[in-house]
Design a protein around this ligand. Structure first.
Ligand SMILES: [Zn+2]
Length: 486
């Protein structure tokens, strides 16, 4: 009986042992630490409590607003309370876009108010608003076909069905200028969302500086589809749009950061974080309150367990991701020629639904693929060093199997770490199921109740493990300037 059992266990163990020697050294070495971090993170409610405070007591926090500055001061205090050192606010100037009062309505052939939200960075209408005929297109090709004759003096509605955020968001981002190029006086866009719940989704637009700036707003998918139907009937469809939106002078703001200083290589830094600003609607709960509070909670967990990594861990709450990326750009600038101090960068900006793993962005950010952001059509092949790093990350990923977050795939990053990645810092995007993220994204409905406490804690656990191993393991990831080919 004993012999049989021994044989049985040998059969079970030996393939694993061979595997362990070849490519699971890191996973084996860090298994006890990872299990400890996962257990502690899943049992800790502090991170979610912090998120609740941020959402309910500070709330929405657009760049240039008073609540954002309150959130920054509160976050710096919180980092100190969690025991982090070198807590600082890096000064950053941010654009200040002000929505003002706004409304829109169909005035012909029927009368009906529109569920609308002006797009971030949009100009306002003239005082009293504009009334114009609407032309409806479902893509840029259809707009081009209409030509100047069909578009001049009109409001263009992009009624593009949702085909994933990355594919559809171009109408929101570039639609106003494309319409203005043909003489349009206003632009409406069907909200970039898979869910129709009479909820408009805002988000930033980018004006082409060479073209006239025209007012632009998102409308609910339902209203977009109704306008489409009326337009298809063939009679003139008219809309009235009244927006006070404008830019004020740039405002003083900042990136908040704090550290656990490394014991052996304090000058080498694993940086992780999300963005502290949000849109001026909802509470910025999923986007990106969950990202900043989960990354801080992960670092706090390491601190609470008394674990000291070999490298420094730095958590950063970047500012102004939503309408300018000033925080990420200023952080990159601050590093100057000391870019090689950043051993790895992790961003969480896809909400806190159940985590599934990470996307590895590799050298130069060539494979930046945040859930949502545009993915490069044909990314260059992985260099051998990058391939090795991907496999190393996949090994670390196996430590996250207990919480289902063990998938590490090629392509990932985030807007805030993109300026670093572009110059060679290996970046990781924390990836979740994002099953409902774009249902709430940039709306009045992005509120605390959308963040499930259990799923939030799993994100904390995942971040704690990945951060710990990257900050403690002997190797570094490829993409890091100076260690390429390592
Ligand atoms: Zn975000």
């Amino acid at each position: 009986m004993i012999r049989a059992r021994l044989l049985f266990s040998l059969l079970l163990v030996s393939p694993f042992a061979v595997h362990a020697q070849s490519d699971s050294v890191i996973a084996n070495q860090y298994k006890p630490a990872a299990d400890k971090l996962i257990e502690a993170s899943l049992a800790d409610g502090q991170g979610y409590a912090n998120l609740a405070y941020l959402c309910d007591h500070i709330g929405k926090r657009i760049s240039g607003s008073e609540p954002l500055e309150r959130a920054i001061a509160w976050s710096a205090d919180l980092m100190k309370k969690e025991g982090l050192t070198n807590v600082t606010v890096q000064p950053v100037m941010v654009p200040k876009w002000v929505r003002g009062k706004e409304s829109g309505s169909i005035v012909a052939p029927v009368e009906k108010p529109l569920h609308m939200l002006g797009l971030g960075m949009s100009v306002g209408t003239e005082v009293g608003g504009i009334t114009a005929e609407v032309v409806v297109v479902s893509n840029f090709e259809a707009l081009a076909k209409l030509g100047r004759k069909g578009v001049e003096g009109k409001i263009v509605l992009y009624d593009a069905p949702y085909e994933g955020y990355g594919k559809t968001v171009m109408y929101r981002a570039a639609g106003a200028s494309q319409a203005a190029a043909l003489g349009a006086v206003g632009m409406l866009v069907r909200s970039i969302t898979p869910l129709a719940m009479q909820t408009p989704h805002t988000g930033a637009l980018q004006y082409d500086p060479k073209l006239p700036k025209i007012p632009a707003a998102a409308i609910s998918p339902e209203d977009a589809m109704m306008l489409s139907r009326l337009y298809a009937e063939g009679q003139p469809v008219k809309v009235h749009l009244d927006m006070e939106a404008h830019m004020d002078a740039d405002a003083q703001s900042g990136n908040v950061m704090g550290e656990i200083v490394g014991s052996e290589h304090p000058e080498e830094i694993v940086v992780l974080g999300g963005h502290i600003d949000s849109w001026d609607v909802g509470q910025g709960a999923q986007d990106d309150g969950s990202g900043i509070m989960a990354t801080l909670a992960a670092v706090a967990e390491i601190k609470k367990l008394g674990m000291v990594p070999k490298r420094t861990i730095r958590v950063v709450f970047w500012v102004n991701e939503e309408n300018g990326d000033a925080g990420g750009i200023a952080y990159r600038k601050m590093l100057g020629d000391k870019l090689s101090t950043q051993v790895a960068a992790i961003e969480m900006d896809g909400g806190a639904e159940a985590p599934v793993g990470y996307g590895y962005g590799s050298v130069g950010g060539r494979r930046r693929a945040v859930p949502g952001a545009a993915v490069q059509a044909a990314p260059p092949k992985l260099a051998p060093a990058e391939q090795h790093s991907l496999e190393l990350l996949q090994q670390i990923g196996t430590l996250l199997k207990p919480i289902g977050a063990d998938k590490v795939t090629e392509g990932g990053g985030g807007s805030d770490i993109a300026p670093m990645m572009k110059d060679g810092v290996p970046g990781l995007g924390e990836v979740t199921t994002a099953a409902h993220y774009f249902d709430w994204h940039h709306t009045e409905a992005d509120t605390l109740d959308k963040v499930d406490p259990k799923e939030f804690r799993k994100n904390v656990a995942s971040l704690a493990v990945m951060t710990w191993v990257l900050a403690d393991m002997p190797e570094k990831l490829a993409g890091h300037k100076g260690v390429e080919g390592e």
